[in-house]
Each structure stands twice: as C-alpha cells, then as structure tokens.
Design a protein around this ligand. Structure first.
Ligand SMILES: Nc1ncnc2c1ncn2[C@@H]1O[C@H](COP(=O)(O)OP(=O)(O)OP(=O)(O)O)[C@@H](O)[C@H]1O
Length: 265
C-alpha cells in the first residue's frame, strides 16, 4: 500500500521572478513551491496514473516518494513504513525508474542489471533466475550482451526498468516509462506493468498518454500547479468529462488553472 498525504517541497529560486511575466501561484519570497499539497493512495494490485501538464510537479512528487528528495511537510508511507522516519527501509521496498537512465554505458545490459542486483545483496542463483524472468518479460535477451551506450532509447528504457525492479520490490514507481518509445516497445512496458498488477504489486506511473491510463489504471491522481486536483478511480475521473477521459483531463486542468490565476492575482 502506498499512502501520500499533503506532501510539499519547495526549492530556492535562483533568479528573481520577472515582474512582467505572469505570476505563478507557486512563487513565494525567493522560493518555488514545486509540490504544495499532494495526496493519493494506491492499494496492492492497483495501478495509479499520475497525470498533469508539464511542470505540474509529477517528477518531484515521485522523487519524494522514492526518498530521492526529503519533503518539507506531509507524510508518505510504503506498506506502513514511513518514508521520512525510515527512508532506508522504505527504499528497499521500492523499485524506482527515474527520468534519467543512470545506466553504466561501458557495461552490457546484463552487467548493469546484475550489478544492481548484487548491490541489493542478491545471491548468484536468485539473480540469474530474476534476470532470466525480467529479460523474458521485457524482451531484453537479444541485446543483453550489448554495451548500454550502444543501445536505442527503447532498449535503454527496458534495461533501466529491469535494473529498477531486479530486487523484486514490493511497490513500483515509474516516471514516464513510455516517453519516447515506439508502439511496440511501449506495449512491452505496458504488459510488464499489467503483470506487476496481477502479482498484486502497487504500481504508480506518471504519463502524458491518456490511453495508457484507460488501459491500465484503477486510479488517477491529477497534479496541477503543485497540488493534487483530482484523486479517485479512473471511472470517476472519466465521469468528469462526460465519459471521455481526454475531456475530463482538460476540464480539471482548466478549472484549476482559473482558480490558481485568481489566487495569484
Ligand atoms: N531542483 C529544483 N530547483 C528548482 N525548481 C525545481 C527543481 N526541480 C523541479 N523544479 C520546478 O518544479 C516544477 C515541477 O517540476 P517537475 O519536474 O516535478 O514537473 P513534472 O510535472 O514532472 O513536469 P514534466 O511533465 O514536464 O516532466 C517545475 O516548475 C520545475 O522547474
């Protein structure tokens, strides 16, 4: 179970805001409140889609949850483990794919995944079994012997996901897993996510592709201007757009933009 309540994170602003530019409701006296008030939950066997326009705060939220950043306020727990009180313990439960691949270019795909498995303390037979399983699921076998600096974008992404989940995490968090991938590569990743769901693993992923949400997600959280502005089932979200998920997204964003503009004025 993943539970997030009222998370917030601000960053110091390097430059003074341009007075002629439209004011962002998140700017405040030298700080930028990238995440202001984000709440959602995701139960075992559920997939939650994290949606929002560019710059909404999705990556920052996922980095907070994955313990790569420390929240300024709010709480989050992974299977009952508080990420602020016990970040190391929480981290061991999480498989996190960040936007940057972080692969070692001079190692092969297999060496990269095995290296991270060993860092997690996996024994050789367990690691071999897990690599074989993941390389089947993610269709990595054909290029597992190639150095990762020689791989295509899709191949690198598959390898990054295998690396992120090699230790059989109890929750999975993926930041834009299918961005930049062709249809066939994206399908492999979506099938992988569906198999994690069948295995009962709570999975959260951010995306700009609403058809992925239709296909996979039980729940949706929309972030706009650093705050969660919708958190509920995919069916309830679709209802917001009279049955159309695209209309629902546009409607929620337009409504909250108007209210943010009123607050910033
Ligand atoms: N380290 C940082 N310092 C200052 N501002 C930051 C930092 N990290 C993120 N921000 C700002 O916080 C806001 C949210 O960024 P974030 O990357 O979380 O958005 P996002 O929803 O993932 O966007 P996208 O869909 O474009 O990936 C942006 O305005 C960004 O410039």
């Amino acid at each position: 179970m993943i539970e997030v309540k009222n998370l917030s994170k601000r960053f110091p602003q390097a430059n003074k805001p341009d007075k002629s530019a439209r004011r962002d409701v998140r700017e405040s006296e030298g700080w930028f409140n990238a995440v202001r008030n984000v709440s959602f939950h995701c139960a075992p066997g559920e997939v939650l889609g994290l949606l929002g326009p560019n710059g909404a705060g999705k990556t920052t939220t996922l980095r907070l949850l994955a313990t790569a950043l420390t929240p300024d306020s709010g709480t989050a727990s992974i299977n009952g483990i508080d990420i602020i009180d016990q970040p190391m313990l929480a981290r061991r439960q999480i498989g996190f794919l960040s936007g940057t691949t972080g692969l070692y270019g001079r190692l092969t795909a297999r060496e990269n995944v095995e290296y991270f498995g060993r860092l997690h303390g996996m024994a050789a037979p367990q690691l071999k079994r897990r690599c074989d399983e993941l390389f089947d699921q993610l269709q990595i076998h054909d290029f597992s012997h190639k150095r990762t600096d020689e791989l295509s974008t899709g191949m690198k992404q598959k390898c990054s996901i295998a690396r992120a989940v090699v230790h059989e995490p109890r929750v999975i968090i993926l930041d834009e897993p299918t961005t930049g991938l062709d249809v066939m590569a994206a399908k492999v990743l979506l099938d992988f996510m569906a198999s994690s769901k069948r295995a009962g693993i709570p999975l959260i992923f951010s995306t700009h592709h609403l058809h992925e949400v239709e296909k996979l997600c039980d729940r949706v959280c929309v972030i706009n201007g650093g705050a969660s502005v919708f958190d509920g089932t995919t069916a309830a979200f679709r209802q917001q757009g009279g049955g159309d998920i695209f209309d629902a997204f546009v409607d929620v964003i337009n409504r909250t933009n108007q209210s943010n503009e009123r607050s910033a004025a």
